[in-house]
Ligand binder design. Structure first.
Ligand SMILES: *Cc1c(COP(=O)(O)O)cnc(C)c1O
Ligand code: SF4
Length: 411
């Protein structure tokens, strides 16, 4: 909505930075400009050349701050430093608060733990009937396939295991997880996550998906991945060919800022969409990254342009050392309020808090019900105007009617 943009641009004193958010550009080769194109575009080359040490980081980013330097020195005891060259080039070296930089470069604040912070904030360990399989909800499971990611997000809710910096030693064999699913006919939806499932080789991923597809009660396969954002080169035609053999298969990507949606990322997402895969996005609400209605509006609109439907917006979990990246729930609600009604309904994610300790995802919505009595409901629309809808008294459905009206073939 025009008035939203202009008022906040005025408040911030100009829109030159935000004007570029919705453009699709490429971060380019940067310091790797002499690398041949076929190597740069090879996902294995990108992985081999990740930035993983302070020495590399200092050389490539001369503006590294003392807080970042100290954080990097300690990172390998908690969550490893890892950034693909492709993603590194999205960092603005002149901006300490660059939203890309804050997501992947460690800071000293990570080593400070508040009393309410946890190493397993979503209580996953307590819901694992076999190692690497979280069965919390009645009809679906979370299947952890690896502890590796293409780059590491400093706020990762699974920092306890991801990157293995703190010695979790996750080596799933898959057999026990698959066997559990086979013995539990109520499991109709399997969500592969980790770590990043798309880091498995084509062959290994294909075998895993086939094994799951051979279980008759598994209706839906899902993959949670940040690969299209961190390593779009991995989304090869060969990978898409494997994925499309296992439909219905959905993919959720993880994007937090519109600048992550580059020409390369859009092309990767389009390859997945063209393989018939419905795409969703999960964002984490992060301070100085996307805790601003204008950033979020640009992000969700740009996602739709990449054929990705915003799915969840997560309140940042209480992972140890994340206080500097967390934002208030009040701010999250304000952002949600600025999306609903002001832009395409498909662009509006569900804002959730993963209840600390293991309660699962709980949706948080701005209040649109002003009053609800036996005879009316008073509603507030997105502009803050009130409307009334008469309430209908509930009466039991007559048994004879219920029996026929819901039977297949009668409507
Ligand atoms: C998020 C999550 C799921 C999937 O939840 P949906 O709301 O169906 O996307 C399943 N299991 C666990 C443990 C989860 O955290
Ligand atoms: S990609 Fe996902 S699993 Fe990997 S570090 Fe980031 S948030 Fe954690």
């Amino acid at each position: 909505m025009g008035s939203l943009t202009s008022s906040s641009e005025k408040a911030e004193g100009g829109g030159s930075r935000r004007a570029g958010w919705k453009e699709f550009t490429s971060p380019g080769r940067g310091p790797w400009r002499d690398v041949p194109a076929e190597e740069w575009e090879d996902w294995r080359w990108q992985l081999r050349h990740r930035i993983t040490s302070l020495e590399q980081l200092e050389r490539l980013l001369p503006t590294l701050t003392p807080e970042e330097r100290a954080g990097t020195l300690l990172a390998n005891r908690k969550l490893a430093l890892g950034i693909t060259p492709y993603f590194f080039n999205l960092i603005d070296p002149s901006d300490e608060y660059c939203p890309i930089r804050r997501q992947v470069i460690p800071r000293i604040e990570e080593t400070r733990t508040a009393p309410w912070e946890m190493s397993d904030p979503c209580g996953e360990e307590a819901h694992m009937p076999v190692p690497g399989l979280v069965h919390r909800y009645p009809d679906r499971v979370l299947f952890l396939v690896t502890d590796r990611c293409a780059s590491y997000c400093r706020y990762c809710t699974r920092s306890r295991m991801v990157s293995n910096a703190s010695g979790y030693d996750f080596h799933p064999q898959f057999d026990r997880q698959i066997d559990y699913i086979r013995r539990h006919p109520e499991v109709r939806d399997v969500l592969l996550s980790g770590g990043d499932p798309l880091l498995l080789s084509d062959e290994k991923l294909g075998e895993l998906l086939s094994a799951l597809r051979s279980i008759p009660h598994v209706e839906l396969l899902r993959i949670g991945t940040r690969i299209p954002i961190f390593l779009p080169q991995r989304i090869t035609p060969g990978l898409c060919e494997i994925l499309r053999r296992h439909h219905p298969l959905f993919i959720s990507v993880h994007t937090n800022h519109p600048r992550e949606l580059t020409l390369e990322a859009r092309a990767a997402l389009e390859r997945l969409a063209d393989a018939g895969i419905p795409l969703g996005n999960q964002s984490v609400l992060l301070r100085h990254v996307n805790d601003d209605p204008e950033v979020m509006l640009a992000l969700v609109q740009k996602l739709l342009m990449c054929r990705v439907r915003p799915y969840y917006l997560y309140q940042c979990d209480l992972i140890a050392g994340s206080a500097h990246l967390r934002t208030s729930v009040r701010r999250g609600l304000e952002i949600m309020q600025r999306l609903r009604g002001f832009t395409t309904g498909y662009a509006v994610p569900t804002y959730v808090i993963d209840a600390p300790g293991g309660g699962g995802k709980v949706p948080i919505t701005p209040e649109y019900v002003v009053e609800h009595t036996d005879d009316r409901i008073v509603l507030r629309n997105y502009l803050g105007e009130w409307y009334e809808y008469p309430e209908v008294p509930d009466s039991p459905v007559p048994a004879v009617h219920r029996a026929t009206c819901c039977a297949p073939g009668t409507v």
